[in-house]
Design a protein around this ligand. Structure first.
Ligand code: PEP
Ligand code: MN
Length: 311
């Protein structure tokens, strides 16, 4: 720790948006920083996403059983997670794979929320389901396969719930920001961007974690950025190190899959951490979160100065 404390994390976006980036992303003005709007802070229950706190959202890929969900909620809460994730509607690569419990899964999430006090994030896949999912979720997740489903984005936006927008697996940063712009234009300011890995020629990992996208998004956009190391890696032994790089690149939090018994998970077991794995990841992150706190402190001090450097 003595060694680490000499390191300083980059202060992303400290000097506002450079003109070249502003020109390149000129079709998404609502998503870009301006001298007056440097950070969007998304309120979720008593939490703020995009504020000072690094927010960990953790839980199973799919909601399976009351026991599975409650055991996970209690464990991740004890170890520092603030939001419980879990899919009740599952977009799966195979049409024959488990598609989620639907309404029964949402009810289990509501019960876990009540018992644990954790906020809930869960995916909505269809515009018809938005009113029902919004009744149970504190944050609506738009999945990678739906990032460009504009009808869904507009319906989700008008629910008034904060929206976590996952980057499409074949979407550019401009595509992601265009979808964010749709939600902002629909009158919902509470958009959270999520980097979850993209498809490249590399096949050793499930996806390629685009760490530079996190750094760039933090430079140019006022929206919070969350990293999903689980879907990026596809292998649980890489999740912790990807999480660490996400902190270093300036992410505002994590979305991570945790299961009491990953070998028996109904979906995404290979990339899910067990409880010990989650504890190890959180412990491993602590020195990096210390650096982040230090960088934020310095950044905020600089921001109090006159903004002569803002482009
Ligand atoms: C998920 O979060 O379980 C999920 C399906 O994510 P993605 O849309 O990124 O594949
Ligand atoms: Mn998953």
């Amino acid at each position: 720790m003595a060694e680490c404390s000499r390191l300083i994390l980059p202060q992303n976006g400290a000097h506002g948006v450079l003109i070249a980036w502003q020109e390149r992303f000129s079709e998404v003005p609502a998503a870009l920083k301006t001298p007056r709007h440097q950070h969007t802070v998304v309120p979720v229950l008593d939490l703020e996403i995009g504020g000072n706190e690094f927010v960990t959202m953790a839980g199973p890929c799919s909601v399976e059983t009351e026991f599975q969900l409650m055991a996970t909620a209690n464990h991740v809460r004890r170890c520092g997670a603030r939001i419980l994730r879990g899919g009740a509607f599952k977009p799966r690569s195979s049409p024959y794979a488990f598609q989620g419990l639907g309404l029964a899964g949402l009810k289990m999430l509501a019960h876990a929320r009540q018992e644990s006090g954790l906020a809930i994030i869960t995916e909505v896949m269809s515009e018809c389901d938005v009113p029902m999912v919004a009744e149970y979720a504190d944050i609506l997740q738009i999945g990678t396969r739906n990032m460009e489903n504009y009808a869904l984005l507009e319906a989700a936006a008008s629910s008034g719930r904060p929206i976590l927008l996952k980057r499409g697996m074949m979407a550019t940063i401009a595509d992601l920001l265009r979808s964010a712009q749709i939600i902002l234009d629909a009158g919902n300011p509470n958009v959270i961007l999520c980097e979850r890995g993209i498809r490249t020629f590399e096949t050793a990992m499930r996806n390629t974690f685009d760490i530079a996208a996190i750094a760039l998004l933090k430079q140019i956009s006022h929206l919070p950025v969350i990293a999903d190391p689980s879907h990026a890696a596809g292998h649980r032994d890489l999740v912790s190190v990807l999480a660490r790089t996400a902190v270093a690149a300036g992410a505002d939090g994590l979305l991570v899959e945790v299961h009491p018994c990953p070998e028996k998970a109904w979906s995404d077991g290979d990339q899910s951490l067990d409880f010990n794995g989650f504890d190890d990841m959180m412990a491993d992150l602590e020195p990096w979160l210390g650096l982040r706190r230090e960088a934020l402190h310095q950044h905020r001090r600089l921001e109090l100065r006159p903004m002569e450097a803002v482009g």
